[in-house]
Design a protein around this ligand. Structure first.
Ligand SMILES: *[C@@H]1O[C@H](CO)[C@@H](O)[C@H](O)[C@H]1NC(C)=O
Ligand SMILES: *[C@@H]1O[C@H](CO)[C@@H](O)[C@H](O)[C@H]1NC(C)=O
Ligand SMILES: *[C@@H]1O[C@H](CO)[C@@H](O)[C@H](O)[C@H]1NC(C)=O
Ligand SMILES: *[C@@H]1O[C@H](CO)[C@@H](O)[C@H](O)[C@H]1NC(C)=O
Ligand SMILES: *[C@@H]1O[C@H](CO)[C@@H](O)[C@H](O)[C@H]1NC(C)=O
Length: 568
């Protein structure tokens, strides 16, 4: 009773002032009676105020047992029953085949080797010539450094079909048979030659390491906050998970979204004295044998050679109809360097004057990480009349604003909230996208762009899922009060990788988050710009911030949603 009462008090206090402390105490006999009376009165008062306890979300499980023992607290300790339900359903979406466990003396020779592996183009079912509309099936066999076939799955593979003369390319769909063999399926979308490319992103053993890192070191990327009051200032570490004693956490729970965030309490100052947020650093804690699983040019993002021809020649489809049943459902493909969407959207090629025409009288609000800030920069760089108004904020985190007075165009950018890994930004500018969306009026002249993925890689997926659920709710609210609003989400994308990059931001982490993102927004009225396929299908290298050719194509897709060709 006492503890419950205490925790109730604590919760109340937390939600009011962020950072109360619940001390354990041993009441005397009289103290017990007094306390019981106090609790009863309190409960009665709360009851009178119609507080429905069943609807109160658990905000901090740790707080129920105040203790001086070191405890670990994570933002996902406090999931609501509704969130837990969604997590369970999403677990299947990101289920990865079992990968080999690693003994401490494992030999690299026993792990997947792209150069010893191979792919084979299988003959067309029903024989005859390949036709546009057919599906190409490629079989992939993974072997270790000794050339012995692998017997388990879980390797990370990407596949693409392309013709560089035509600047044509399409992403393949890879299926893991969990026995060391894989299939890649491709849609044949253009007439002429098509070349298969299969890349091993990570050996399955590297996935074992990445999984272990997230389980054991969810705080390997850390943050810091500056606390200041008068002439006293202190800096402490902040994260989605902290380990320490209950008394030395500051808990910053966003009141509207319920998103938690923690910092260590400064010694001299209050939790309220926090003035800034910044990236802290990265703790790399890997054995040197494990590091060998992440070698550029050896076993990370290396092409797998073909056994036999790597090209096919595709003839036109005389029936001008559907070919065979397909397993690959690409969202689009490149032809002559221009993205052709396959969801019915006619992608128009925009130049600076047609962009201005399309955005005339419109506001474009961009929220998220640097991969959508790139869109803001693309627009401000390509429209001569769109001028940035200097808000004297960080170019990295924003907020940023650009105005075209003549055409009445407003473009804004704002970074998403923690765990944003940017240089220092004031806590006043640490905003959650969901809350920002709640302040958008919306309507047919409003375009909202959201890109939230890259900064969530190292944390348990629960952190990302909760963030997206909050954003989803806000998007649904926006679209119900202003149904004409165009809401566009930029997906994750493959990137260049080094050892550091793969431990913090591997394509394997991105792939899983990308699946979650697509699933969460599947039944909403938002449009996706499929950055994953648009970068995978392109001949330019995978980059976190893709080159301008690719960004141009993304902007063309975005604007084709906003200004469909028909009313252009
Ligand atoms: C690793 O050590 C175990 C015994 O601890 C041994 O049986 C195994 O063969 C060793 N593996 C390698 C690859 O050296
Ligand atoms: C790996 O294989 C190569 C060639 O087969 C051999 O020279 C090397 O000693 C092996 N390394 C280990 C650690 O077994
Ligand atoms: C692996 O599994 C697939 C699908 O079940 C099967 O077609 C293939 O023959 C298997 N390959 C090996 C080498 O066992
Ligand atoms: C692209 O296809 C055309 C027509 O089949 C062919 O002539 C050309 O060589 C192909 N380009 C490449 C790089 O394969
Ligand atoms: C932009 O494209 C439009 C139509 O596609 C064309 O009429 C116009 O000349 C182009 N403007 C520039 C500056 O290239």
């Amino acid at each position: 009773m006492c503890q419950r009462c205490c925790s109730i008090l604590w919760h109340q206090e937390m939600s009011l002032m962020k950072g109360g402390i619940c001390r354990p105490f041993r009441p005397s006999k009289y103290g017990s009676i007094a306390l019981f009376t106090l609790c009863s009165i309190l409960l009665l008062l709360l009851y009178k105020r119609n507080i429905d306890w069943t609807s109160v979300k658990p905000t901090n499980k740790v707080s129920l047992k105040p203790t001086a023992q070191p405890v670990s607290t994570c933002s996902f300790d406090s999931l609501s029953p509704e969130e837990l339900l969604v997590f369970d359903s999403l677990r299947d979406v990101i289920l990865w085949p079992e990968t080999p466990s690693l003994k401490s003396n494992f030999s690299l020779n026993d792990t997947s080797d792209p150069r010893q592996s191979s792919f084979t183009i299988l003959p067309r079912t029903g024989r005859g010539n390949w036709r546009v509309g057919d599906q190409l099936h490629v079989s992939i066999r993974i072997r270790d450094f000794h050339g012995r076939p692998k017997k388990s799955g879980g390797d990370v593979l990407l596949a693409r079909l392309h013709n560089s003369t035509f600047h044509a390319g399409v992403a393949g769909h890879v299926v893991d048979h969990r026995n060391g063999s894989y299939s890649a399926f491709f849609s044949l979308l253009w007439e002429g030659r098509a070349q298969v490319e299969v890349v091993l992103v990570h050996p399955s053993e590297a996935v074992t390491v990445l999984q272990k890192l997230t389980e054991e070191q969810p705080d390997r990327i850390y943050f810091k906050s500056l606390f200041q009051s008068g002439s006293v200032s202190e800096t402490t570490i902040c994260n989605v998970c902290l380990t320490g004693t209950q008394q030395n956490f500051c808990k910053y729970t966003d009141l509207r979204t319920g998103e938690p965030w923690f910092c260590f309490k400064p010694h001299k100052l209050d939790c309220d004295a926090r003035i800034s947020h910044a990236k802290g650093g990265f703790r790399q804690n890997l054995q040197s044998t494990e590091e060998k699983l992440f070698q550029c040019g050896v076993n990370m993002k290396v092409s797998i050679p073909a056994l036999g021809p790597e090209n096919i020649d595709v003839l036109p489809n005389p029936k001008d109809g559907k070919g065979m049943t397909v397993k690959a459902h690409p969202s689009g493909y490149y032809y002559k360097g221009a993205w052709q969407a396959l969801d019915g959207t006619r992608v128009h090629q925009f130049n600076s004057s047609t962009i201005s025409q399309c955005l005339k009288g419109k506001a474009v609000h961009i929220y998220g990480d640097s991969t959508v800030r790139q869109w803001y920069e693309y627009l401000t760089n390509s429209l001569p009349d769109l001028n940035e108004f200097d808000l004297l904020t960080s170019k990295q985190s924003g907020p940023l604003m650009a105005l075209d007075y003549v055409n009445k165009i407003l473009v804004t950018f704002r970074s998403h909230g923690p765990p944003i890994r940017f240089a220092s930004l004031p806590v006043s500018q640490l905003h959650y996208v969901a809350n920002e969306l709640d302040s958008v009026i919306g309507g047919t002249n409003t375009v909202v762009v959201i890109g939230v993925w890259s900064h969530f890689s190292t944390f348990p997926v629960e952190v990302y899922i909760r963030r997206l659920l909050n954003i989803r709710k806000a998007v649904v609210r926006l679209l119900s009060r202003a149904p004409g609003t165009t809401v566009v989400i930029r997906t994750a994308n493959p990137k260049e990788m080094t050892l550091y990059e793969s431990l913090t931001n591997s394509d394997w982490f991105s792939l899983q988050r990308d699946k979650i993102l697509r699933e969460i927004f599947r039944k909403t009225n938002v449009r996706l710009v499929d950055a994953w396929e648009m970068i995978l299908a392109h001949h330019l290298p995978h980059k976190l911030h893709p080159e301008s050719d690719i960004v141009k194509n993304m902007i063309d897709v975005l604007l084709s949603f906003v200004c469909p060709v028909a009313d252009f």
